[in-house]
Design a protein around this ligand. Structure first.
Ligand code: ZN
Ligand code: ZN
Length: 416
């Protein structure tokens, strides 16, 4: 297909010319890590670059201050395709997840698309999705505010220690189980007290007892986030922060019911009370759109980088991209920027995310994302195929985890 090859060549050339700015934006974000929902410096870098490149930029999209939507309208009607940018960092370790590369590479991809196809149909959007780390669920908030209404497909890439077309992501509930007891002097009159910490301990033991009786795919893990204040005071308050994960949101919702029962039992046994709350929204499982993921992988291979499918049964974390993947066709492939085995969220990954090699690989990923976006805009059959796969998996996978909040209106990049 000579026409397709020439699109890839044009995109490649545009990305080569965008590279100095891409690197500068990425390194500026890397040098100033910002935690979830405080990413003002990153937002300014990205939004400024998009505005200069002819995109109409709206900050605080969906009522989230550090989010943004940047839109390039085409010259004729057509699909609305969004490139996603994450740009938050981690406490202590900084950009140990390499979101500086996701952001700068995503913006570069979108700019390269509109330079390659100045007369494109439809809409090219960049959606800045802050607060991915630490259960921030920025994408869930944006989806709840209607930001993704009318978006036909969304693409992003993630840096990693290997290149993968897709990788599974577990559904996850983010819970806090708070125990309340009665304080007393721990030596003079302990019988007047009821220890909230004892409730929390027994609750954790109940979870351990449950472990044999859940599917092997389940992950139950937590910490004591409040264990009392002083050894000589019977703790009146204690709390366990807990994640409950499995392959589907429906299974997680069932498990959360069992967690409620375990908390109730532990409270009853210790004369305390327990309240189960959420520290963040439920993350849905990730359903990468394989039609689009394969298109991405083809482009990566054409640029001489190996990429292989992930292991659908392999170990997995969770991300708010899952909640989008049950709402619309989405891809979240990985590009290797660090030596195989480099752990995510580590100092080694942070250092790797600032190297010339990481930026070379980000250019490859951006070119491949650009290829998927141009194909979606110009080949209706590809979008139809992606949508058919999405609909079939939605049918098979159920709709758990799709719940969203109030619609704020007016935030959408595209009319829905
Ligand atoms: Zn990440
Ligand atoms: Zn991360």
């Amino acid at each position: 297909m000579p026409a397709a090859a020439s699109t890839l060549e044009t995109l490649s050339a545009e990305l080569t010319s965008l590279r100095p700015r891409m690197d500068a934006v990425s390194l500026a974000i890397h040098a100033r890590p910002e935690l979830k929902f405080a990413e003002f410096h990153a937002q300014k870098q990205l939004a400024g670059w998009l505005a200069e490149s002819g995109f109409a930029v709206r900050l605080a999209a969906g009522g989230v201050e550090t989010a943004f939507v940047a839109v390039h309208q085409g010259t004729s009607p057509g699909p609305c395709v969004a490139v996603l940018a994450e740009y938050d960092a981690l406490p202590d370790v900084g950009h140990g997840c390499g979101h500086n590369l996701i952001a700068a590479g995503g913006v570069a991809a979108a700019i390269a698309v509109v330079r390659t196809l100045p007369e494109h149909p439809g809409t090219v959007a960049v959606i800045g999705t802050p607060g991915e780390e630490m259960g921030g669920a920025g994408k869930v908030r944006l989806a709840g505010a209607g930001v993704f209404d009318g978006v036909d497909a969304a693409v992003m890439f993630h840096p990693g220690d290997r290149s993968l077309t897709f990788r599974p992501g577990l559904a996850a509930a983010h819970l806090r189980v708070a125990f309340n007891g009665v304080s007393a002097h721990a030596s003079v009159s302990p019988w007047l007290g009821r220890s909230a910490l004892a409730g929390a301990q027994l609750f954790l033991q109940a979870l351990d007892a449950m472990r044999q009786f859940v599917r092997p795919t389940v992950r139950l893990h937590g910490i004591i986030s409040d264990g009392g204040q002083a050894p000589n005071v019977v703790p009146a308050h204690a709390a366990v922060d807990l994640y409950v994960r499995d392959r589907t949101a429906a299974s997680v919702e069932d498990l959360v019911g069992r967690v409620h029962d375990a908390a109730k039992g532990a409270a009853l046994a210790t004369g305390t009370t327990a309240a189960v709350g959420e520290t963040g929204p439920l993350y849905a499982e990730r359903r990468d759109n394989m039609v689009l993921a394969e298109r991405f992988a083809e482009a990566v291979r054409a640029l001489n980088v190996d990429i292989e499918p992930g292991d659908p049964d392999g170990p997995a974390g969770s991300s708010d991209i899952g909640n989008l993947s049950v709402l619309l066709p989405v891809i979240h492939p990985y590009i290797q920027i660090a030596r195989t085995g480099t752990p995510a969220h580590s100092a080694a990954m942070r250092d790797a995310a600032a190297t010339p090699f990481a930026h070379e690989r980000t250019q490859v990923a951006a070119t491949a994302l650009g290829r998927v976006v141009t194909d979606l805009l110009t080949r209706p059959a590809l979008l139809a195929e992606a949508q058919a796969e999405f609909a079939a998996r939605r049918q098979a996978g159920g709709r758990a985890g799709e719940r969203t909040g109030e619609r704020a209106g007016e935030s959408q990049p595209c009319p829905s």
